[in-house]
Write a protein that binds this ligand. Structure first.
Ligand SMILES: C[S@@+](CC[C@H](N)C(=O)[O-])C[C@H]1O[C@@H](n2cnc3c(N)ncnc32)[C@H](O)[C@@H]1O
Length: 468
């Protein structure tokens, strides 16, 4: 969209020439945040994740500046619709064409003003400085200044925006309405605005770790489960917390900890973790005493799994393998008593933790990943002993990647049957058990008066058995 011809003149002070960055407090964080958001919203950079974009943009920042930069990025992405609506009302011609980093600088600044505690003037002044540092944005630094000064007056209005209407991309809102109904879709969208809890999976005494880590135990599964979840209030880095270096716990959302428990692994059973990296569920299967073979097609992610296993004191067999290309008979360890397939997915259930997913995924991403999931399900079944159990899970809210996968598998393979999850297996979250006996968690579940202790990732899990 073009800019009104008079806009530059109307926009205020003439911009200074681009030069060296001033070292105003917070400027480096704000620059990293704008660079991250710019990359994530660039349609030509598809496939880049928040972690990748942020690590590149925030290199060299100390941990405090990094945390501030990260908070700006996540706030911007969680409230992107609201921020755009406010800026749209103040810029009747929209952003100029060819304005470099201007849009990213302005949306991140507006997000700070509308939804963060930092002083408004710091957000505005830094945005103007950042615009001046970019040759293409510099001509519009005055526009940024004039518009951003008016943003604070819209704080109350922005706080009242509907999360489903405004902060959820239209295609996702339409899908969630169709799948979960209007009210639940709105509750999901509301939950996605909150900073997510920090959940850890503990293999020792959960009560003791809850006390040591300033958290609460979350007993979704029965109290005797081999691993339990502790939900923490802390904002400290995980590697600084007690028990981390000793491998007493690992970070994993409460919902993500359910699929491995459903498999009910007994000591000595032969277990395959088919899409294992970075290994949260592998560690649970090992804690249960399984003889685990961990597979993943990504060498880089398998490297992370190996590091995690080292910290936790486990040494499973690890294989970098694309399971859609391997001969079933040649897969090490087959056949198995139990198989976990935590399949690759669109990850729309993890938008709380990865708010970029809402803006970087497209409707067209669902069909190919659903086709891959169906292929992987057939491989998983082929690896089972007669009578063997399979748990299939995805962190997606899209029925094509959950409920419909199981419907398809049961239709094409009559030897596979569902082993429904029973109420006593999920005493802390009975509402997540579906009529068919699968598990469907939603981010809006587990409400809590302390937002930091509320919600969980959206997961689907089904348990199946191969007829003897
Ligand atoms: C949802 S993640 C797994 C998370 C893991 N289970 C955990 O709990 O930490 C999905 C994984 O599937 C792997 N993957 C995708 N396609 C695959 C294939 N064809 N064969 C093997 N692994 C695959 C990806 O590399 C990715 O690590």
């Amino acid at each position: 969209m073009g800019l009104r011809p008079h806009a530059r003149a109307a926009a205020g002070r003439a911009p200074r020439r681009a030069g060296r960055p001033a070292s105003a407090p917070g400027l480096a964080s704000r620059r990293a945040a704008a660079a991250t958001v710019r990359q994530l919203l660039d349609p030509s950079a598809r496939g880049v994740t928040l972690e990748q974009a942020f690590d590149a943009a925030a290199a060299g920042l100390d941990s405090r500046d990094r945390a501030f930069a990260r908070a700006i990025v996540t706030t911007t992405l969680r409230r992107l619709g609201s921020v755009r609506r406010v800026l749209g009302a103040l810029m009747d011609r929209g952003f100029p064409r060819k304005c470099g980093s201007l849009e990213a600088v302005m949306v991140t600044a507006a997000a700070q003003i509308l939804f963060m505690e930092a002083p408004d003037h710091a957000a505005v002044d830094s945005a103007v400085t950042l615009a001046r540092l970019d040759r293409n944005a510099a001509p519009f630094a005055g526009l940024a200044n004039a518009v951003l000064r008016k943003v604070a007056a819209r704080r109350e209005e922005a706080a009242s925006y509907d999360p489903l209407e405004v902060d959820t991309p239209d295609w996702l809102a339409a899908r969630w309405r169709a799948a979960w109904g209007e009210d639940t879709a709105r509750a999901i969208a509301g939950a996605l605005r909150l900073e997510p809890s920090l959940d850890v999976t503990v293999r020792g005494d959960a009560g003791e770790w809850a006390a040591r880590l300033d958290g609460v135990t979350l007993d979704l599964a029965p109290a005797g489960a081999v691993t339990r979840t502790v939900r923490l209030r802390t904002l400290r880095n995980v590697d600084e917390l007690p028990g981390y270096a000793e491998g007493m716990w690992w970070v994993q959302d409460a919902a993500a900890a359910l699929p491995a428990l459903l498999l009910g692994v007994r000591p000595g059973e032969r277990v395959a973790d088919l899409c294992a990296a970075p290994g949260g569920k592998t560690a649970q299967l090992l804690t249960a005493g399984g003889e685990v073979q961990a597979f993943d097609r990504s060498a880089g992610r398998m490297q992370r799994l190996a590091e995690n296993m080292r910290r936790l004191g486990f040494s499973p067999a690890m294989h970098v393998l694309d399971l859609t290309e391997a001969e079933t008979a040649a897969i090490p360890g087959a056949p198995f008593d139990a198989v976990l397939l935590d399949a690759p997915c669109t990850a729309t259930g993890t938008i709380r933790r990865h708010p970029d997913v809402a803006w970087t995924k497209r409707p067209a991403d669902i069909e190919p990943v659903a086709a891959l999931q169906a292929r992987l399900l057939d491989v998983a079944v082929a690896l089972l002993k007669p009578g063997g159990r399979l748990v299939y899970s995805t962190c997606s809210l899209e029925p094509e990647e959950g409920e419909e996968q199981i419907r398809g598998l049961l239709a094409r393979n009559p030897r596979v049957q569902r082993l429904p999850v029973t109420a006593d297996e999920l005493p802390g979250l009975p509402q997540a058990i579906t009529a068919l006996g699968d598990i469907r968690t939603l981010p809006s579940m587990l409400p809590h008066p302390e937002p930091r202790l509320a919600g969980l990732d959206g997961f689907f899990a089904a348990r199946l058995v191969l007829a003897p």
